[in-house]
Design a protein around this ligand. Structure first.
Ligand SMILES: Nc1ncnc2c1ncn2[C@@H]1O[C@H](COP(=O)(O)OP(=O)(O)OP(=O)(O)O)[C@@H](O)[C@H]1O
Length: 310
């Protein structure tokens, strides 16, 4: 399997903050890869190093075999990055801005049909001649995506592309990215929407405190974790017996969700404890852990009680 992004021994410190401890990671060509982590984990620092925007203290990175420091231009031409922030020159029209951007990568008129195709695919065709300053935030974000893809890079990194965007743009973006991925583009995604990562990514890395906690296929990650959830609604608003209190993970709409470690607790033992306490059950459901549960489990410390990583 050929490597799209090779990261070896990458370290970065800001003053006394160690943002990256020495990251080794190989992202293969053709992968849809998720880079996840809580706020401050080091994701943006790593992405900016891959894009050649931040200088690493030690280590090396290559994109499609080109070293991002020694062969910056070659590496950069093979990479498209959709950044978190919106930064534009407000005076150009959408189409002109994309053509100018293509020029930075040494691309000329040969990419103009591609630019028009992207404008169609991202529902921007009607805005092609609008100036950037006249666009809504959602429209600007669409342009940002087109801007990252203008030189048809084989590797694309999306840094929180759907933060704060509406459902329609999320759907449009994922349909477009899924198609590019099917055509062979390597896609690296960071997102706070873990259900999005679970659905789209074949492999996932979890970064926490500047170190990789896990790099696994999404299926392995979901299968490896030895717990499941049991949601109970107790009859007559009964309280859970003391012995089961430590298993409570959440309370939702009057139902109690218990987290059962499969080696220590069985559903049968929970039912037996309730029967012994004379408590009847009104409703019961089981749930396998999803990526969000696993993420919380792996990055648990002071964030342990949070259901969301946002
Ligand atoms: N320019 C900078 N100067 C000083 N410290 C920085 C700088 N950029 C990042 N850091 C620190 O490095 C660490 C990693 O930050 P980084 O932005 O890479 O995390 P992140 O995972 O992208 O977080 P988020 O999800 O909030 O974007 C944090 O402790 C952050 O405060």
């Amino acid at each position: 399997m050929s490597t799209a992004i090779a990261i070896a021994g990458v370290r970065k410190t800001y003053g006394r903050t160690i943002a990256l401890h020495g990251i080794d990671l190989a992202i293969h060509q053709g992968e849809f890869f998720g880079l996840l982590g809580p706020n401050g984990a080091g994701k943006s620092t790593l992405i900016n190093i891959i894009a050649g925007l931040v200088r690493m203290d030690a280590g090396s990175v290559s994109v499609m075999g080109y070293d991002t420091v020694r062969q910056f231009r070659e590496a950069r031409r093979r990479l498209g990055v959709v950044p978190q922030e919106l930064v534009f020159d407000p005076f150009f029209t959408v189409r002109d801005m994309l053509r100018i951007q293509a020029g930075y990568y040494g691309c000329g008129r040969e990419v103009w049909p591609w630019i028009d195709e992207m404008l169609e695919r991202l529902d921007l065709a009607g805005k092609a001649t609008s100036s950037m300053r006249a666009l809504s935030g959602g429209m600007k974000r669409r342009v940002l995506i087109a801007q990252a893809l203008v030189h048809r890079p084989p590797v694309v990194i999306l840094d929180e592309p759907t933060a704060g965007v509406d459902v329609e743009l999320r759907r449009t973006l994922w349909a477009f990215m899924t198609e590019l991925h099917r055509q062979g583009t390597t896609v690296v995604l960071t997102t706070h929407y873990l259900e999005e990562a679970q659905e789209l990514c074949g492999r996932i890395a979890i970064l926490d405190h500047g170190a990789l906690q896990v790099v696994e296929t999404t299926a392995q990650l979901l299968a490896r974790h030895p717990f499941r959830f049991l949601r109970l609604k107790l009859a007559d608003g009964a309280r859970l017996p003391e012995a089961l209190q430590e298993l409570v993970a959440a309370e939702v709409n009057g139902a109690i969700e218990l987290k059962l470690e499969t080696r220590r607790h069985s559903i049968a033992s929970v039912f037996a404890a309730l029967r012994d306490a004379g408590i009847a059950i009104e409703d019961v459901q089981t749930r396998e852990p999803d990526l969000e549960d696993i993420f919380i489990d792996l990055t648990r410390d002071d964030r342990a009680s949070q259901r969301s990583v946002a």
